[in-house]
Write a protein that binds this ligand. Structure first.
Ligand code: ADP
Ligand code: NI
Length: 217
């Protein structure tokens, strides 16, 4: 099977799998991450097929929607890629990326590293910040029935992976627990340029949020 056909099949597979997904982790999230990854790829020496397959499959079965089971996503991706007769060394690399792309409160201890992982990770992180990042975060907070903001509940730093994952903190806290930390974790130059703009937008947003909260009309 040629590469273009594999990519097309992967897109249809992911779109179908994610048809009932939460709004911040749906097919449109995948498409934005895929497009971010293609943009970053232009400035990097990397394997395009690995970057494309990993960005499309990176959230195929997110553990936060599967009782914390982190093995489902990689397994689903592996079975799919085998069904497309993708070469075993490419499958291995894609699976390693899927296992390592996630933030999980900063607790990612694996030693796997590649430029393709850097790209997909940046592409995913860009979609977690800026205007889209804000929308996704409030959508997720609403999905979990968390409060928007509570001035009496301060953000937590240094949460364990378990605490981070089951947090029912106010959604504004997530800005301090994750979103505002992402800019300094970006791997590639071209993503950093975009991240800086989106980071500044979130800072402006928070300033306006507190002004309105405090009744400054
Ligand atoms: P990843 O999927 O990269 O591991 P996360 O699990 O932290 O990253 O979540 C991805 C996105 O889901 C975040 O960028 C955010 O928009 C939303 N999200 C995750 N956890 C929370 C939370 N506790 N409150 C609000 N939004 C969250
Ligand atoms: Ni993602």
């Amino acid at each position: 099977m040629d590469t273009d056909q594999i990519i097309l099949n992967t897109k249809s597979f992911v779109q179908d799998k994610l048809k009932n997904a939460e709004g911040g982790h749906d097919w449109f999230h995948i498409l934005r991450v895929y497009n971010n990854a293609l943009h970053i790829l232009k400035s990097e020496e990397a394997d395009a097929l690995i970057v494309q397959l990993s960005s499309l499959l990176h959230d195929i079965a997110d553990s936060k929607f599967h009782d914390g089971d982190e093995s489902i996503g990689p397994r689903v991706a592996q079975n799919f890629l085998e069904s497309q007769s993708v070469k075993p060394n490419i499958i291995d690399h894609v699976i390693n990326i899927i296992k390592n792309v996630s933030y999980k409160g900063g607790h990612n201890t694996s030693s796997f590293h590649s430029v393709e992982l850097d790209i997909v990770q940046d592409a995913d992180r860009l979609d977690a910040i800026g205007a889209i990042g804000i929308a996704r975060t409030f959508n997720f907070g609403g999905f979990k029935n968390n409060p928007i903001y509570d001035p009496d509940v301060p953000p937590k730093s240094n949460q364990s992976k378990k605490e981070y994952k089951k947090s029912n903190s106010p959604t504004i806290n997530h800005f301090y627990e994750k979103l505002l930390l992402l800019k300094d974790k970006i791997n590639t130059k071209s993503a950093l340029k975009i991240a800086e703009k989106r980071h500044a937008f979130m800072e402006d947003y928070l300033e306006q949020f507190y002004a309105e909260w405090d009744g400054h009309l």
